[in-house]
Ligand binder design. Structure first.
Ligand code: CA
Length: 220
């Protein structure tokens, strides 16, 4: 027994999945197709999708935001957990990756719940703010280019309502955040946001050691 976080061995990780994953077929198929892709590491882990779906249900969320869609796994996991009048506003720059996403959203019957904006996410977020959508989102998931993480966080913090939740992916960055030898731009950006969030009194904070690390920031 330990009260520290376990570095999960492969057998233990397999066990965790074997007794907890309830991945719908459509998500499993999407994960399998994405695994063939060169950039498949950009897809979230299935237990993380299930965790985010639980959070969305726990909150009774109806209106969510996603920054960074890739092939659409997380948006699909969230959309499946939303009520029928729920809506995901999704941002990505790639027509190629999101074509896969759209196909699976259609197959799952949730395509009408997801508004996909193909544009630099900062432009989309600024447009949402300009359109008076401040304080209207229940949940936001940030999982896009790391150098803009702080910009995405600041906009998401305006867009979610008080009591709304921002989830930020890859905050442990394969462990690189704790390795002083690693000094590239993306690692710096994640470290800087992690440090800023530690003392950011605008939010209630928890960094969860699931998958590649998921920070939860609840807007006060
Ligand atoms: Ca990610």
């Amino acid at each position: 027994m330990t009260n520290k976080n376990l570095g999960l061995s492969d057998p233990l990780y397999d066990y965790l999945k074997s007794v907890s994953l309830r991945e719908p077929d459509v998500l499993a198929q999407l994960r399998q197709e994405t695994a063939q892709h060169l950039m498949s590491v950009m897809q979230i882990a299935p237990e993380q999708g299930q965790f985010m779906a639980l959070l969305v249900q726990l909150m009774g969320a109806k209106k969510t935001l996603e920054v960074g869609v890739f092939t659409g796994y997380s948006a699909l996991a969230v959309a499946l957990a939303l009520p029928s009048d729920g809506k995901v506003t999704a941002c990505d720059v790639s027509d190629e990756y999101t074509a896969i996403a759209r196909r699976y959203w259609q197959q799952a019957g949730v395509a009408d719940k997801i508004d996909l904006h193909i544009a630099p996410a900062l432009e989309t977020l600024d447009r949402l703010l300009a359109n008076g959508q401040e304080n209207t989102f229940d949940f936001a998931f940030i999982d896009a280019d790391k150098s803009n993480y702080d910009n995405y966080y600041e906009r998401a913090l305006q867009l979610v309502r008080p009591g709304g939740l921002i989830a930020i992916d890859n905050v442990l960055w394969s462990g690189d955040v704790a390795n002083p030898q690693i000094q590239d731009t993306r690692t710096h950006a994640i470290r800087a946001l992690n440090q800023k969030l530690h003392h950011d009194q605008r939010v209630v904070l928890s960094m969860v050691a699931i998958a590649d690390g998921l920070t939860l920031a609840l807007k006060r």
